[in-house]
Design a protein around this ligand. Structure first.
Ligand code: CTP
Ligand SMILES: C[C@](O)(CO)[C@H](O)COP(=O)(O)O
Length: 241
């Protein structure tokens, strides 16, 4: 029987939530009785795939997060809380450094699941699909076929290209990688060029000779970005759809 590889989730909660426009950062907004970040953390806590969690928070927020999130909700799998950086990729890199190294500082065998704390509806089935896929492909990201036609535009908003819709997926998190692959990709990227990087797969696409596999996520796995997303999230939590 194959031995299960260690899986660490890096959960990102160091963003400002500018597009949400609230004084409280969106990951700590209350969603039907508990902070939004608790939904993803609970899924990882109860998952049979995820062994431990590194939580990436904003500067100076560690005590707040311990007192208001980790302790009251008993998230025992959160073994490290680290401070993130200015851009999402800075935060991911901080999380990765804490997630993939052993006591001797070597990158250990295993997989890392990088997840936006602002996506509350990651689910256990998705984690299983990704665990299966990463064993084969080394790099896999959750995504779904685009429901809309997508246009590439120029700086003046003129359409320049319309890709065939069957080839267009919108990408989500978790984005899952072999530890050594994503560490190599991120280390190179942080040294060389992070321009325009908006997801983790791009680090592998840009710096490693390994194709990234898209794995079915879920249409419920939305990122809470603007106020209308919160209304949808409430509907999901209340089981109305
Ligand atoms: N420097 C950053 C930026 C983002 N994130 C995290 O990355 C996820 C996805 O980012 P996004 O939705 O863009 O969040 P924000 O950066 O907070 O939002 P905005 O761009 O509207 O400010 C979120 O869980 C966010 O907390 C992070 O940890 N560190
Ligand atoms: C990683 C991501 O969630 C995939 O859709 C997304 O790219 C994050 O982007 P944002 O600019 O931080 O919202």
């Amino acid at each position: 029987m194959e031995v299960k590889k260690k899986c660490t989730a890096v959960v990102l909660a160091a963003g400002q939530g500018t597009r949400m426009g609230t004084s409280v950062q969106k990951q700590y907004l209350e969603l039907e009785g508990k902070p939004l970040i608790c939904y993803a953390l609970k899924t990882f806590e109860t998952s049979s795939v995820i062994d431990d969690v590194v939580l990436v928070v904003g500067t100076g927020q560690e005590a707040y997060v311990r007192e208001q999130i980790i302790e009251p909700y008993q998230f025992a799998k959160v073994t490290a809380i680290v401070e993130g950086g200015r851009e999402r990729y800075d935060s991911v890199y901080e999380g990765l450094k804490a997630a993939v190294r052993d006591e001797k500082g070597q990158v250990r065998d295993g997989y890392v699941f990088i997840h936006d704390g602002a996506r509350p509806f990651v689910d256990e089935e998705m984690l299983h699909r990704q665990y299966e896929a990463v064993g084969t492909y080394r790099a896999c990201v959750a995504g779904m076929p685009s429901k809309d036609t997508v246009k590439l535009i120029d700086d003046d908003n003129y359409a320049v290209k319309t890709p065939k819709r069957k080839y267009v997926w919108t990408v989500q998190t978790p984005q899952v990688f072999e530890n050594s692959l994503i560490m190599d990709a991120y280390s190179k990227m942080m040294r060389e060029d992070c321009e325009g990087i908006t997801d983790d797969a791009m680090a592998v696409e840009r710096y490693m000779d390994v194709p990234v596999k898209l794995v079915e996520g879920s249409y419920r796995n939305i990122k809470i970005t603007t106020p209308e997303d919160l209304a949808v999230a409430r509907t999901f939590v209340n089981g109305k759809i």
